[in-house]
Design a protein around this ligand. Structure first.
Ligand code: F6P
Length: 756
């Protein structure tokens, strides 16, 4: 946009000079044409003035002169004539008696003779030249003593000449002033029009970027280069695409939007966790696992819809056995629609990059869970070199020089910059799936400048919430030299702009895991039977990875409180906690698991008995269809994260409940609470209040459950993962079009109208 503004100023100046110059030239021609006429007009007007004066003189003295001449009183006639000649405009006066000049006043030019005066029967005026000046000779017939003569009055015309000259000068100055004013006015009008045209382009760019403003009217962009017009029209079309798909995002609308907006573009996704893991079982068979990862469950349906390549760490024990010679495998295995490109990491690399820098450093740094981050320099070096390795893999997979690359998560903070260095024309959209801490907390990270620099290699950087975007902008402001555009929510760093945007992640709608699900009543029965619970038992569920950010301990304490304060639920309520082991190499995770197991035992001993266990802890990975069955069987679901970017479990519970029953208890510190406000929102640090919320959920009337669930389902249905991906990809598409306009401008295409 800076380039555009600079060009705008330049163009406006050019227009001012061009229009001003033309107007001045026209004015000069007008002045040259008009001046001679104006001068002669002033001279004639002055002469008529003098003639009028002569006539006045004659009329006032005619009778007196006539009497004096009749009496031949030469002395009095001379005195009278001299008196008349004192008038400053009268040069001389005399009487022509035939050829003889009588009583001439003292100023009478010696060269004057009566032959120069007309002696007709009517008054007459003629101009004679004497001593380098023009003299008007007025001749009036006058009878005196029966003789016919002429009174001659001479006027010096040099003052009229002088008046003509002065008039010419004034006129010249006046015309020049008017011409200058007209030139300035013309230039100003031209500049205003020019600014409108340029504002139209900027408005088009802004409106395309915001996706909600009106495009500039067609007539405003007519004088622009054809290519720029084309791109602006594409931008407008992309805005319409977004509007059309606004309320109804599905795999089809996403595919349609992509083929309209990004046809021919290459999409490459990069994440640490792969969407399909091949493991070797004890019996030597190959089994397929879909990992318990919010990132995977959100992104996989999107990549299935739009195709492309997904680059990820091959972490399964049979992964190497299932790839081709280029480390690629088509997935999903039964209906392949995209390519999974696996990257191999050594044990040492995994320890330093994944367990160390990512999960002992950045993960606790970004989550407020009061677990101290560990920053080891050796880990960081491995983090850097693994990011390099993925950058090489991305470049190797790219078939074009301008692919769209979707970089995922905190494992790859340095990757955007590394890709940008190798593929400068790539559109890099990075999504940070976890919270971004406030600037003060982020400031403790010894690698803070490098992390920010790496992320600012992105074209667009997304977070779940506006609050996380704001925290990121504040961190940039605090720790690197850059320009932050708060209006556009962007950072200009090293001459490149990165847009910072909130994109709340979600789940597919309808979820694949709902396919083949039995009716709710059946799920309730099957699950209770499987868990050895009576059919009348009310159950709550919690499902996640065994992570200290999820508030698993806190929710167990809430159940303890509930059973202590509402003993009527003993024997009537059980809580099923499904926890998938995760990052077990790290002591914090192992300790959490041990602590949770011990606490479950304590609570079961304290409140259980006679075969009743209030807490059922299932520590194993559950496939999506099992998870959904559990959701459908439950009366309530607890998501008590201490801090969470979004939390998709909350949304999956809502999606599973097509019977519009069940209550969601949701932490205020999960991003999902911004969208699912009909849940019972709790503070997970307050065990008593959370216990009361569980009691409230268990006693909530069915109509109220329905009302709340209906609203939440509408929300998740509309703001599904296709919308999340679609908005990012369409933002990338708009950005590419805007960059095309800038490239055209940079190549010196004419922005100004051709005839300006
Ligand atoms: O929350 C960020 C996230 O990437 C989730 O998408 C995912 O559940 C988790 O972190 C990653 O887990 P893992 O370390 O097992 O890949």
């Amino acid at each position: 946009m800076k380039v555009l503004i600079f060009l705008e100023e330049l163009s406006v100046l050019r227009i001012i000079f061009r229009f001003g110059g033309i107007a001045m030239l026209v004015a000069a021609i007008v002045i040259l044409a008009v001046l001679p006429f104006a001068t002669s007009f002033v001279e004639q007007w002055s002469r008529r003035d003098v003639e009028l004066r002569s006539r006045l003189v004659f009329n006032s003295v005619r009778d007196q002169v006539s009497g004096l001449l009749a009496r031949n009183d030469a002395q009095q006639a001379g005195i009278l004539f001299e008196r008349i000649a004192t008038d400053e405009r009268v040069l001389a006066i005399g009487y022509c008696d035939g050829q003889e000049l009588r009583f001439p006043t003292s100023n009478m030019p010696p060269s004057f003779s009566c032959s120069e005066a007309s002696r007709s029967d009517a008054e007459s005026f003629s101009v004679v030249r004497s001593q380098d000046r023009n003299i008007l000779v007025s001749s009036f017939p006058l009878n005196a003593g029966g003789r016919r003569g002429h009174l001659v009055v001479l006027h010096d015309l040099s003052y009229a000449d002088q008046r003509g000259g002065e008039a010419r000068n004034y006129l010249f100055l006046a015309l020049a002033g008017v011409a200058f004013g007209a030139a300035a006015l013309a230039a100003m009008i031209a500049a205003i029009i020019m600014r409108r045209w340029l504002a139209s382009i900027r408005q088009a760019l802004e409106s395309a970027r915001a996706g909600n403003a009106n495009p500039p009217p067609e007539e405003n962009i007519i004088p622009l280069g054809q290519e720029i017009r084309d791109v602006l029209q594409e931008l407008e079309a992309s805005r319409r695409t977004i509007d059309a798909a606004h309320t109804d995002w599905s795999p089809e609308t996403l595919r349609a939007a992509l083929s309209n907006e990004l046809s021919g573009s290459e999409v490459i996704v990069v994440s640490n966790r792969e969407p399909y893991i091949h493991n070797r079982t004890e019996g030597g068979e190959i089994s397929l696992q879909i990992p318990a990862s919010g990132l995977v469950s959100a992104l996989e349906p999107v990549v299935r819809a739009c195709g492309g390549t997904w680059v990820a760490h091959g972490s399964g024990t049979a992964d190497r056995d299932t790839v081709d010679a280029y480390d690629r495998v088509p997935v999903p295995p039964n209906h392949p629609s995209y390519t999974l490109r696996r990257v191999w990491l050594s044990e040492e690399e995994q320890d330093g990059y994944y367990y160390g820098a990512a999960n002992e450093g950045l993960w606790p740094l970004c989550h407020i869970a009061f677990v101290r981050p560990v920053f080891r320099e050796t880990d960081w070096q491995l983090y850097r070199s693994v990011n390099e390795k993925f950058a090489e893999a991305v470049v190797a997979e790219a078939k074009r020089e301008d692919p769209i690359i979707l970089v995922q998560d905190y494992h790859f903070a340095l990757l955007p910059r590394m890709i940008r260095d190798r593929l400068p024309r790539a559109t890099i959209v990075t999504f940070w799936h976890i919270p971004w801490p406030n600037a003060e907390i982020f400031g403790i990270c010894p690698w803070r400048e490098e992390v920010i620099d790496g992320l600012l290699g992105s074209s667009i950087l997304g977070f779940h919430t506006q609050a996380h975007c704001n925290n990121f902008l504040d961190s940039v402001d605090s720790y690197v030299e850059s320009r932050i555009d708060r209006e556009r929510d962007s950072v200009i760093f090293g001459g490149e702009e990165t847009l910072i945007r909130p994109y709340p992640i979600s789940i597919e709608w309808p979820p694949t895991a709902m396919e083949g699900q039995r009716p709710v009543e059946e799920c309730r029965r099957i699950v209770r039977e499987r868990l050895g619970l009576p059919l009348t038992m009310r159950i709550g569920v919690g499902i996640e990875r065994f992570d200290y950010t999820k508030g698993i301990i806190d929710r167990m304490q809430a159940i303890d409180t509930l059973l202590a304060e509402h003993p009527e639920w003993r024997g009537n309520f059980a809580f099923v906690q499904v926890a998938a082991p995760t990052r077990s190499k790290l002591s914090n995770y192992r300790q959490l698991q041990e602590e949770a197991e011990a606490l479950a035992r304590d609570i079961n001993e304290k409140h259980g008995g006679n075969g009743y266990e209030p807490i059922k802890l299932l520590i194993r990975h559950h496939e999506p269809h099992e998870v959904f069955e559990l959701f459908r069987a439950a009366d309530l679901c607890i998501v008590s994260s201490l801090h969470d970017g979004m939390n998709l479990v909350a949304k999956e519970f809502v999606a599973a409940r097509d019977d519009e029953q069940g209550v969601l208890i949701l932490s205020a510190f999960a991003g999902a609470s911004r969208e699912l406000s009909e849940a019972l929102i709790v503070n997970p640090y307050n065990a008593h209040a959370m216990g009361e919320a569980i009691n409230r959920a268990l006693t909530m009337p069915q109509p109220e459950q329905r009302e709340r669930m209906r609203l939440m389902r509408d929300q998740v249905k509309e703001r599904n993962v296709y919308r999340w991906a679609g908005q990012m990809l369409l933002a990338a598409s708009r950005l590419r079009k805007q960059q095309r306009i800038r490239r055209l401008i940079a190549r010196g295409r004419r922005l100004a109208p051709a005839n300006a």
